[in-house]
Design a binder for this molecule. Structure first.
Ligand code: CUA
Length: 292
């Protein structure tokens, strides 16, 4: 379109310059173009050319839309994305129930494989948008929407909720991590495993702190009795790059800060402040970090 439009623009300018000079040289050639056989011919040529160009654009536009719509989705990975205030629940759908993976905020995908996103929301309207991969898709309560994309090169693609959904809308970040098939499979298989059991006295204490405090009411850690579904699943929290839906790098300090004072970091989040004894907090952080 750019090339054709540029060519048309140049031709029109040349014709304009030519006709300006010509009108000085001859008398009244433009006053009655339709009475002038030479001018009439150019008007007909111009009209035909316009119709042909627009028809070609129309046909190629429909063809492009059609081929985009029919790109191979047969072997697509299906991922259910639920927008929550203010984080993303991510469920990998597999025909075998034992091969379903649930995670949050970070979506790993293999490079070059189509990914179908099935979106929904349990609270308000959110919009899932990874600008370098696909267009916006609203996640609407009581309704499922669908979009799909394919990452042709490996990398971390950052996106943000694109529909105002409350005070922490801006801190609702999603990361898509596209990686080679083998690396993706390794990640997926690790996610399928139950959470790592405590291996020493510190992580054992950390797990006890987790289970005896309010944490387990809202969060799930597979293989333990913590089965809350209000907040993100934490079975493999140590393998994630970020905390608080992409807002903080997943470091020891940030994890401690988030546990103690989530309302200071993300006011309005459902996570309450936790007044935990410092030694218990350190053990809890070590335990969560061990959940790779
Ligand atoms: Cu979710 Cu904006």
């Amino acid at each position: 379109m750019f090339a054709v439009a540029t060519a048309v623009w140049v031709i029109v300018l040349i014709a304009l310059a030519w006709s300006t000079r010509r009108s000085r040289a001859r008398q009244n050639p433009l006053i009655e173009p339709f009475g002038n056989p030479g001018m009439q011919r150019w008007v007909v040529i111009g009209t035909i050319a316009t119709v042909v160009i627009l028809t070609v654009f129309l046909v190629s536009d429909i063809a492009t839309g059609h081929s985009l719509g029919s790109l191979p989705r047969k072997n697509a990975i299906r991922i259910e994305v639920k927008g929550h205030q203010w984080w993303w629940e991510v469920n990998y759908i597999d025909p075998t129930p034992g091969r379903m993976v649930t995670t949050a905020n970070e979506i790993h995908i293999p490079v070059g494989v189509p990914v179908q996103i099935v979106g929904s929301s349990p609270d308000v309207i959110h919009s899932f948008w990874i600008p370098n991969l696909h267009g916006k898709k609203d996640l609407i309560p009581g309704h499922t929407t669908s979009t799909w994309f394919r990452a042709d090169s490996a990398g971390v693609y950052r996106g943000n909720c694109a529909e105002f959904c409350g005070v922490q809308h801006a801190k609702m970040i999603a990361l898509v991590i596209a990686e080679p098939r083998a690396k993706f499979e390794a990640w997926y298989n690790a996610q399928l495993d139950s959470a790592k059991a405590p291996s020493d006295s510190v992580t054992t204490r950390g797990q006890q702190v987790f289970l005896k405090n309010a944490c387990s009411v809202c969060h799930t850690i597979s293989g333990t009795r913590a089965g809350g579904r209000i907040g993100p699943v934490l079975s493999h929290i140590g393998s994630r790059m970020t905390l608080a839906s992409g807002w903080l790098p997943n470091t020891r300090g940030n994890l401690g800060g988030w546990i103690v004072d989530p309302q200071g970091i993300k006011p309005g989040t459902k996570m309450p402040p936790n007044n935990i004894d410092p030694a218990d907090l350190q053990a809890l952080i070590t335990y969560l970090e061990s959940l790779k």
